[in-house]
Design a protein around this ligand. Structure first.
Ligand SMILES: CC(C)(COP(=O)(O)OP(=O)(O)OC[C@H]1O[C@@H](n2cnc3c(N)ncnc32)[C@H](O)[C@@H]1OP(=O)(O)O)[C@@H](O)C(=O)NCCC(=O)NCCS
Length: 187
C-alpha cells in the first residue's frame, strides 16, 4: 500500500486553518522566536499582516503552507513553508517553525521536515531545496545537517542584533542526495 507522505509517527502535515492563525501572534511576541526565525525586526504581528501572509498561499502555485500537528492530540505546534518555487529551475525555499516552545526537542521538527522534503522532491519533483539560517541558531543548523543539507555559503555579517553582528548561512539539498538517503531507509 502507498505510504501517506503527510503523516509519520509523531506529526502530520495538514492544512493550516484560519483558527490556527490565532496561535501565531503569541509566538512572534517572543523576541527569541522572532530572532531565530525571521530577519525582519522582531515586532508583534497584526491580524491583517497574518491574513495577508495566509492569503498569499491560497491562489499561488509557487508556494505551499503546512500546519505541523501532533498525531496524538492534533495540536497545532508550528508550520512549514515551501516557497518561492522557480519551476523552470525546479528550485524552492524551505522554512520551518516549531512555534510552541515547549514542543521543541521532541523530534517534531525532524519528522515534519522529512515529510516536507518528500513532498518537495517526490510530489513537486523539485531538484533543489534551499534555506538560510542565522549562525547563532545551533539547533536548526544541527537539524539541517542531520537531514543531509550542505552548507553552501555564508552571508557575512548579515544580521545585526543586540549590538552584535552575525553571519547568515545558506544550506542546500539536492534531490539525488535526498534519494540516496531515502533509499537507505531514511524516508
Ligand atoms: C529548529 C527547530 C525547527 C528544530 O525542531 P525541533 O522539533 O525542536 O527539533 P527535533 O527535536 O526534531 O530535533 C532534531 C535535531 O535537531 C537538532 N536539535 C534540536 N534541538 C537542538 C538543541 N537544542 N541543540 C542542538 N541541536 C538540536 C539535533 O540535531 C536533533 O537531532 P538529535 O535529537 O538526534 O540530536 C525548532 O527548534 C524551531 O522551530 N525553533 C524556532 C524557529 C527556528 O529556529 N526555525 C528555523 C529557522 S532557520
Amino acid at each position: 500500500m502507498e505510504t501517506n507522505i503527510f503523516i509519520s509517527e509523531k506529526v502530520k502535515l495538514a492544512a493550516l486553518l484560519e483558527e490556527d492563525l490565532e496561535k501565531i501572534p503569541a509566538w512572534y511576541n517572543d523576541t527569541e522566536f522572532a530572532h531565530l526565525f525571521d530577519a525582519l525586526p522582531a515586532a508583534p504581528k497584526t491580524k491583517s499582516q497574518l491574513d495577508k501572509w495566509y492569503e498569499s498561499f491560497s491562489d499561488s502555485n509557487s508556494q505551499y503552507l503546512f500546519a505541523i500537528k501532533t498525531v496524538n492530540t492534533n495540536e497545532f505546534i508550528g508550520y512549514i513553508e515551501v516557497s518561492d518555487i522557480l519551476w523552470n529551475h525546479r528550485v524552492g525555499w524551505l522554512a520551518i517553525a516549531i512555534g510552541e516552545k515547549n514542543q521543541r526537542g521532541n523530534g517534531y521538527g525532524y519528522e515534519s521536515l522529512k515529510q516536507a522534503l518528500n513532498f518537495a522532491f517526490y510530489e513537486l519533483n523539485l531538484h533543489r531545496v534551499q534555506l538560510t539560517v542565522f549562525s547563532y541558531n545551533k539547533p536548526a543548523i544541527a537539524l539541517y545537517k542531520k537531514l543531509g543539507f550542505q552548507q553552501e555559503g555564508i552571508y557575512r555579517e548579515f544580521i545585526h542584533r543586540n549590538g552584535e553582528t552575525h553571519d547568515m548561512l545558506l544550506f542546500g539539498l539536492l534531490k539525488r542526495e535526498w534519494e540516496s538517503r531515502t533509499e537507505n531507509n531514511e524516508k
